[in-house]
Design a binder for this molecule. Structure first.
Ligand SMILES: Nc1nc2c(ncn2[C@@H]2O[C@H](COP(=O)(O)OP(=O)(O)OP(=O)(O)O)[C@@H](O)[C@H]2O)c(=O)[nH]1
Ligand SMILES: [Mg+2]
Length: 193
């Protein structure tokens, strides 16, 4: 549990991260700052996050490429730094398996660590029926992110989104509610002594 005076920033990264963030924001947790980081400008415009970062990383590289280094886009890095600076705790939320979420989360984690911020990553793992490419990218991302943050919560979509008898959007909503609960238990604040 963290102190009530501490600054918590929750960052939704990529498409899934952005959508999950929107659902999390509906739970209206006090004293949390929300940041959306996406490569899709239109979607970013529609986000209700207080801070928005348009990511311009080259995420088109293949699986062979190592996670993009911070040096690859100084402007994005400065923007990320400015957005997360001042946080005592940064929570990254992303769907692993997509390029933006998987790669940019690692960049955020490196930047946060360089600023001495306590870091948590809450990431989903693709459904079994998704492509081998996505599952492999997610696995590589999971191995990497464990080295880059203080705490990791891996949430397999197969377990949290139960599509039985419902459409995929409804299943995602159910999964997002579980992620929101997990987030709340990570950041529950206690009164300062
Ligand atoms: N729980 C949950 N998972 C989602 C949702 N949308 C997508 N996913 C999962 O997240 C993974 C990553 O997909 P995206 O978020 O679309 O990928 P991205 O990070 O935007 O990356 P690119 O579009 O490839 O640059 C997918 O393979 C799904 O497993 C959602 O609303 N909720
Ligand atoms: Mg996307």
């Amino acid at each position: 549990m963290i102190n009530v005076n501490e600054v918590v920033k929750v960052i939704g990264i990529g498409t899934a991260g952005g959508i999950i963030l929107e659902n999390i924001m509906k739970d209206q947790m006090d004293g949390i700052q929300y940041i959306a980081a996406r490569t899709d400008e239109l979607a970013l415009d529609l986000s209700s996050a207080g801070t928005k970062i348009l990511l311009s990383f080259d995420t088109k590289e293949g699986l062979e490429s190592s996670p993009i280094d911070c040096e690859s886009d100084p402007e994005s890095i400065i923007e990320i730094m400015t957005a997360i600076a001042g946080a005592d705790m940064a929570v990254f939320v992303a769907g692993f398996g997509g390029k933006t979420g998987t790669i940019a989360t690692q960049v955020f984690a490196k930047v946060a660590r360089s600023l001495g911020i306590y870091t948590v990553a809450i990431v989903t793992i693709p459904f079994e029926h998704e492509s081998l490419y996505r599952k492999t990218l997610a696995k590589a991302g999971e191995i990497n992110i464990r080295k880059l943050v203080d705490s990791v919560l891996v949430m397999p979509n197969d377990q949290i989104c139960n599509p039985a008898g419902r459409g995929i959007l409804e299943a995602f909503k159910a999964g997002d509610a579980i992620i929101s609960d997990a987030l709340q238990s990570c950041i529950r604040k206690e009164p300062s002594k």
